[in-house]
Design a protein around this ligand. Structure first.
Ligand SMILES: [Zn+2]
Length: 504
């Protein structure tokens, strides 16, 4: 069934989300149902996308998928940062890389944007509905900067324009820190001024527009100077442009909560009096064997290294769906720890679900001599409802997978004949099929992986297996069984039929 074919189901229970802005779980009530606007901070495309980012984007892929599954009409906007994101040394990350590689900044942008899209596609992520870039919205950024100057929340200094944090804070119910919980007094005592030096009135102020140094290659002419926009500004501009002054969900990694998202809120409120998103969702970071994943610790690997196993910390490579399953096995707001054992367990877990998916696609309602068994019917209905309850609880994919595993047991019993179709009835069978495939494929975004047309191949070998068995050629039977096992397929020799399954 294609993705949108199973839409508009009636809701079971109510969706609750953890809103970082309120620091509590709230019922999700979109501003303009059935429409939902969601903005997620996208990657800065100056290097290959790292796994932390992949986790964030896969988490919001599931949010997007579940909202659509519930029948909402989602507009999902995720930007590409192609200018303005500065490194610790104050250099633009993209122009720094362009100089290093002797390429045009736009070549760097294109190369890594392509890589990013490619990786996300491998992980079966649905692309955003709009993917705006910062450079594509320079006019709007210049306009917002001017508006903030006009409103008295920004000032020009030596060709750069800064946001006046303390003035904004005083005039807006002391609201700088509303998202991150930071206190302005603490910030003042801890902030060292690395960005802009004496141009700023206060070290807390952040750049909306920066005057470019003579060697800076990415620059545009404005009323203030030849320069470039500050990083925080683009997300305020693009979310407002495509989702409105108020919209439903803003997402991103937890590391963006401060200062990036805090500054976004200040810019939005300073421009038009509204803070942007109603619900702020943040994903947690990755660890490796219990340690924070970071380049400097030498324990970070790229998505492709994880797929090929080409890294000293990895015992083997894992398929994109195994990695996707692995990420779904923890709640997006918890840390996620990579270890060979955990990945190996995920490989088995994914195979179990994939077997269930394969069977559910093949199995159709069949009338047999089973009699309706209320207990079985109740159990299956409950398992189906539980999938909704788990996802409704702040998109708890880990719990959802547990309920899907319970359904796999029922599917297997039905398939092997331990459970009769007649015992659960046609309606419950259909419900189970729709729920299981809906949650595994549409919501969790998993699919049965295969590089070749494995099914035809396996059927051929199984045909030979049956012949060999019929002819009592047991040497040949064992040989075929071993051949399939080497490919990760186990033969299930049942009383009335011979079946196969992926090895768990
Ligand atoms: Zn952003």
């Amino acid at each position: 069934m294609p993705f949108f074919a199973r839409q508009n189901r009636s809701m079971i229970g109510k969706l609750k989300v953890y809103n970082s802005l309120k620091r509590e779980k709230e019922e999700f009530q979109p501003l303009h149902p059935p429409h939902v606007g969601m903005y997620v901070c996208g990657p800065t495309v100056y290097s290959n996308v790292h796994l932390g980012n992949v986790r964030t984007f896969l988490s919001f892929d599931v949010v997007n998928r579940y909202l659509r599954f519930l029948g909402y009409k989602v507009r999902y906007v995720r930007n590409i940062t192609d200018v303005g994101h500065l490194s610790d040394t104050g250099e633009d990350k993209i122009s720094k890389k362009a100089k290093l590689d002797k390429l045009e900044p736009m070549e760097i942008v294109q190369m890594y944007a392509n890589d990013f899209h490619d990786v996300m596609l491998q992980f079966n992520a649905i692309p955003p509905d709009i993917e705006p870039s910062a450079i594509g919205h320079l006019m709007e950024q210049i306009e917002m900067t001017q508006k903030l100057i006009d409103n008295g929340y920004a000032y020009e200094s030596n060709g750069s324009v800064y946001f006046d944090v303390q003035k904004y804070h005083k005039e807006n119910d002391n609201s700088y820190g509303i998202l991150s919980g930071r206190k302005i007094e603490d910030l003042l005592s801890e902030t060292r001024d690395l960005d802009g030096g004496s141009d700023k009135k206060s070290p807390l102020d952040f750049a909306l527009w920066k005057k470019a140094a003579p060697e800076h290659i990415m620059r545009w002419k404005t009323q203030w100077s030849d320069g470039f926009p500050g990083w925080h500004l683009e997300c305020s501009v693009m979310s407002t442009k495509y989702l409105g002054e108020e919209f439903d969900i803003h997402g991103g990694g937890m590391d963006l909560q401060f200062p990036h998202h805090e500054c976004e809120i200040a810019q939005n409120a300073g421009t038009h009096g509204k803070g942007g998103a109603k619900y702020w969702l943040h994903t947690n970071m990755l660890t490796v064997n219990g340690q924070k994943m970071s380049k400097s610790l030498g324990n970070s690997f790229l998505p492709r290294e994880l797929m090929t196993g080409d890294h000293e910390l990895l015992e083997r490579g894992y398929s994109p769906m195994t990695i996707r399953f692995f990420m779904m096995q923890s709640h997006y707001a918890s840390t996620l720890d990579f270890s060979n054992e955990a990945l190996e367990a995920s490989r088995k877990g994914y195979v179990r679900l994939a077997n269930g998916m394969r069977l559910m696609h093949e199995m159709e309602w069949t009338k047999d001599d089973g009699e309706l068994n209320e207990k079985q019917v109740e159990q299956i209905k409950k398992m189906c409802d539980n999938c909704y309850h788990a996802m409704n609880d702040d998109f708890n994919t880990a719990l959802t997978i547990g309920h899907l595993f319970n359904l796999v047991k029922k599917i297997n019993s039905l398939h092997t004949g331990q459970l009769k179709y007649g015992e659960i009835g046609e309606e419950t069978f259909k419900r189970m099929k729709e729920t299981f495939l809906g949650f595994t494929e549409d919501v969790l975004g998993l699919k049965v992986e295969s590089d070749v047309d494995y099914k035809a191949l396996i059927d051929t070998i199984l045909g030979e297996y049956k012949d060999a068995k019929f002819n009592r050629d047991f040497e040949r039977v064992d040989k075929l069984r071993a051949e399939l096992k080497a490919e990760g397929i186990v033969v299930k020799d049942m009383k009335e039929k011979i079946e196969w399954a992926f090895e768990e």
